[in-house]
Design a binder for this molecule. Structure first.
Ligand code: SF4
Length: 349
């Protein structure tokens, strides 16, 4: 798949757009000024592979907390600003790496100009975005309700405001909870401007439903070459958002990092507790720090052959199982020792 050529911006030390790796973002759900809990959450997100974090800045104490948070984390942090331009300025003053705001929401042109100047001085980028639920009435009237046109032209109004001030460190989001609408909106926008795109399906829902919706929506766009950074929105632990985001990228070969597990769906030939083995393997191999594809297959009849592209794998049998590498059997072990043996072999790789 050919990736759309976009401009490059940066958030801290993470480059977004062009042919830079597609980054995975998430958002803290702690009270930002509660530095202990915010840092704790960000560190666990980092461990899961989060590239950029965003936190809500709701008052001056949240903005002040940025200094201490930044000292204790290792990834760039963005400020999510709703309406108060002073909080954008304070966030910049306290060292924020990027802003998420819509210039049209923060007041007069003078206020926007002040924020833009502060961003320019420090090379800070701004994410401009429209959610299907927050399109201005004027655009809903003009384009007959919520659709890709009202979303795109509403976002373009925000973008033009910044461009008129000679500012183009911009990335764009166009999120809806409806997957086809989200896809159409990003597709349309990507034909109009070449700013990098931040992909997401908003209010996607609880973990498994949200995972399916996000995978279909974001996966479709990425496979069309659209998208430079992604955020999965789930009602749950943000660590799950990062895990899902990374798996989406891995499934499209857009991320070659860490563990990839392939496993068979089981059938009447399965005589081992494959589901439990897969669950245990996932836990024990998490954070392995090697890019490795592991196959966990139910039987020796089809397992090693079907999982030929895996670096290493196991195939169950009756009370015993096989360990294989690149489709070739290397050892036969007791069922109870299968997982331990697999892990030993992986450690040697
Ligand atoms: Fe069935 Fe074997 Fe295929 Fe698994 S690998 S689904 S056990 S035939």
């Amino acid at each position: 798949m050919e990736r759309r050529n976009t401009r490059v911006i940066k958030v801290g030390n993470v480059l977004i757009g062009g042919d830079n790796p597609i980054s995975v973002q998430s958002m803290t759900n702690t009270v930002t000024k509660d530095v202990e809990n915010t840092v704790k959450q960000i560190l666990s997100l980092e461990e899961a592979g989060c590239d950029i974090i965003r936190s809500a800045i709701t008052d001056i104490d949240d903005a002040k907390a940025i200094v201490e948070i930044k000292e204790r984390i290792n990834i760039p942090i963005m400020a999510d600003i709703q309406y108060d331009y002073r909080l954008a300025l304070e966030s910049i003053r306290y060292g924020i790496d990027g802003l998420r705001l819509n210039p049209g929401n923060i007041g007069s042109l003078d206020k926007v100009r002040e924020v833009v100047k502060a961003c320019k001085d420090k090379g800070i980028s701004i994410r401009v975005g429209v959610n299907s639920g927050s399109i201005k009435q004027e655009f809903l009237d003009k384009y007959n309700g919520v659709n890709e046109n009202s979303m795109v032209y509403s976002a373009l109004e925000q973008i033009r405001l910044l461009e008129d001030m000679d500012f183009n460190l911009i990335k764009i989001s166009l999120k809806a909870s409806n997957v086809p609408l989200t896809i159409k909106a990003y597709e349309k926008m990507s034909k109009i401007v070449d700013y990098p795109m931040h992909l997401g399906i908003t209010e996607a829902g609880p973990i498994w439903r949200g995972t399916v919706k996000s995978s279909v929506g974001i996966g479709s766009l990425l496979s069309m070459g659209i998208g430079d950074t992604i955020r999965i929105s789930l009602t749950g632990d943000p660590v799950e958002e990062v895990k899902v985001g990374r798996e989406i990228l891995k499934s499209l070969d857009l991320l070659r990092d860490g563990l990839e597990i392939i496993s068979c769906p089981t059938c009447g030939r399965t005589h081992i507790d494959l589901i439990k083995i897969v669950e245990d393997a996932e836990k024990r191999l998490e954070g392995i720090g090697k890019h490795i594809k592991v196959a966990i297959m139910g039987c020796a009849v089809n397992g090693p052959g079907e999982a030929r592209e895996a670096d290493i794998g196991i195939a169950g049998g009756h009370g015993e199982g096989l360990i294989f590498k690149k489709g070739k059997i290397i050892k036969k072990v007791k069922e109870s020792e299968l997982l331990d043996e697999l892990i030993k072999e992986i450690e040697k790789m």
